[in-house]
Design a protein around this ligand. Structure first.
Ligand SMILES: NC(=O)c1ccc[n+]([C@@H]2O[C@H](COP(=O)([O-])OP(=O)(O)OC[C@H]3O[C@@H](n4cnc5c(N)ncnc54)[C@H](OP(=O)(O)O)[C@@H]3O)[C@@H](O)[C@H]2O)c1
Length: 249
């Protein structure tokens, strides 16, 4: 299929999980994909899996100079950016009493500051009619005791799609949100939760969600593809929740 034929798609956090699954799908749909992340080995693995057509760029989205370099490289190599998937994120779980200033700054720095400046610094390169997709999370409307800063960062990301859509309407740039439920990715191993707590948390979610299982990264990629492609041309400032019914049923 050629739903993104000859489009230039930049995916932050494109070296793992949801971002990498999306890179594979976008590429299969004809896009030239630029993936970004911090870890050199993960970048090399993603680059070799995606092959010579893809570009992998080392960048930490919490550092504006890195974001500038990423967007400049992506935007000037192939003639602008058509799809920007702002997906890089971290989700360390910490009890409210144990949240430090460092934890707060780190989570907000990657998930919110990183998301905002990824869009802002891409502006000179975004083509007319570009699609911007921001990864939020179902936690933007839920209360998880160990994820206060994370959830707040993702609620702010949801808000950004509205104001950025308003600001960019004259360039026909659409900004929408993908909010995953619990998805089987390496992120779950990086929450810092002890194994048994993580298993208990996963069990609770699986019991509550009508589908009775966690989601797959490919199931997020297909929603991202819809938002990236012209199939969603009348969708602006919206949120697509893909959580197996967890927050809806
Ligand atoms: N998995 C879930 O259940 C779930 C649920 C709701 C929302 N989400 C959201 O979905 C997005 C993708 O998560 P995932 O589950 O696919 O996790 P993942 O497998 O851990 O992938 C996260 C990606 O983000 C990159 N990243 C993290 N910090 C970064 C930074 N400062 N600068 C640049 N890249 C950075 C990682 O690469 P490096 O570490 O090498 O930088 C990696 O490529 C995140 O925004 C997450 O919050 C996930």
């Amino acid at each position: 299929m050629d739903r993104l034929k000859d489009k230039i798609a930049v995916i932050t956090g494109g070296t793992s999980g949801i971002g990498l699954a999306t890179a594979r799908l976008f590429q299969a749909e004809g896009a030239h994909v630029v993936v970004a992340g911090r870890n050199r080995d993960a970048l090399d693995r993603a680059a070799s899996e995606l092959g010579g057509e893809a570009t992998a760029i080392q960048a930490d989205v919490s550092r504006i100079e890195d974001v500038d370099r990423l967007m400049h490289a992506a935007g000037t190599t192939h003639g602008g950016i058509d799809v920007l998937f702002v997906n890089a994120g971290i989700a360390p779980f910490v009890a409210v009493e144990d949240v430090t200033e460092e934890h707060f700054d780190e989570v907000i720095g990657v998930n919110l500051k990183g998301a905002f400046f990824s869009v802002q610094r891409a502006l000179p390169y975004l083509n007319e009619g570009a699609s911007v997709i921001l990864t939020s999370s179902v936690v933007n409307t839920m209360g998880l005791p160990m994820a206060s800063v994370y959830s707040a960062s993702k609620a702010a990301v949801r808000s950004l799609a509205r104001s950025l859509s308003a600001a960019l309407a004259d360039r026909r740039i659409r900004v929408n949100v993908l909010s995953p439920g619990l998805i089987e990715t390496p992120l779950l191993g990086k929450t810092g939760l002890p194994k048994e707590m993580l298993e208990g948390f996963t069990e609770q979610i699986v019991e509550r969600a009508p589908v009775g299982r966690v989601g797959r990264p490919e199931e997020m990629a297909s929603v991202a593809l819809f938002l990236a492609s012209d199939a969603s041309s009348y969708v602006v400032g919206s949120e697509f929740t893909a959580d197996g019914g967890l927050t809806q049923v």
